[in-house]
Ligand binder design. Structure first.
Ligand code: BEZ
Length: 211
């Protein structure tokens, strides 16, 4: 059974490059991004880990902890991390789970047997402070992920958690949002002091509330 939006993210204890991690305790009151890599010492994964390390400030700003996973042992991670620093110009600044026993990758359904029996696919799970799964994305091994998109989704999720809004196609932080259809115009007048525009009764936009 795959993990679905709104499910509680499975808890686990697993070794990582920053010691043993008890997942829920490690998340604490933060948001979290858990993402898997097919295999150590592979080119696409190397570029992804370097890119995520360079985005640390962006994740910190949003109170998001990031954690990677590879089904290789810790001894292999240690050597690979040196290569990542050398080739990508960034030292890993978040833990990388050593899931050699496939405990976590099995719990999260990161191995898709029709793609590969041994490698994980490129899974991304965004998890809220309530430990519920807010987003899942799955990429194939041959496609490196777009972590700017992951940040964009986090901005949208955090906004929707605080205000009664959704975000439209290709929305970026700072742009107009959509008033939830469940909100009446009278309620919207109170909730959105900057006002709202009624394009259609079901399509109402408002300036981003926290800007
Ligand atoms: C890579 O990270 O480069 C990769 C891993 C597994 C299959 C294909 C590419």
């Amino acid at each position: 059974m795959s993990i679905q939006l709104g499910d509680t993210a499975p808890d686990f204890v697993q070794d990582s490059t920053e010691g043993k991690i008890q997942f829920h305790e490690w998340i604490g009151a933060s948001w979290a991004v858990l993402f898997s890599h097919p295999k150590n010492y592979t080119p696409v994964c190397t570029t992804e880990l370097g890119a995520v390390a360079k985005l640390k400030k962006e994740f910190d700003k949003r109170h998001v902890k990031v954690i990677g996973l590879s089904v290789d042992p810790l001894t292999s991670h240690e050597g690979w991390l040196k290569d990542i620093e050398e080739t990508q110009g960034a030292k890993l600044n978040f833990p990388l789970l050593a899931d050699a026993d496939k405990k976590v990758s099995s719990l999260y359904g990161m191995i898709h047997p029709n793609a590969s029996d041994t490698f994980t696919v490129r899974s991304v799970f965004i998890i809220g402070p309530d430990k519920k799964v807010k987003l899942t994305i799955t990429y194939p091994a041959s496609t490196g992920r777009n972590f700017d998109e992951v940040l964009r989704v986090i901005d949208s999720l955090q906004l929707a958690a605080e205000f009664k809004v959704a975000t439209p196609v290709n929305w970026r932080d700072g742009q107009d949002c959509i008033v939830l259809p469940s909100i009446s115009n009278d309620e919207a007048k109170k909730l959105f002091p900057k006002g709202f525009t009624e394009v259609k009764p079901y399509l109402r936009t408002t300036p981003q509330p926290n800007r």
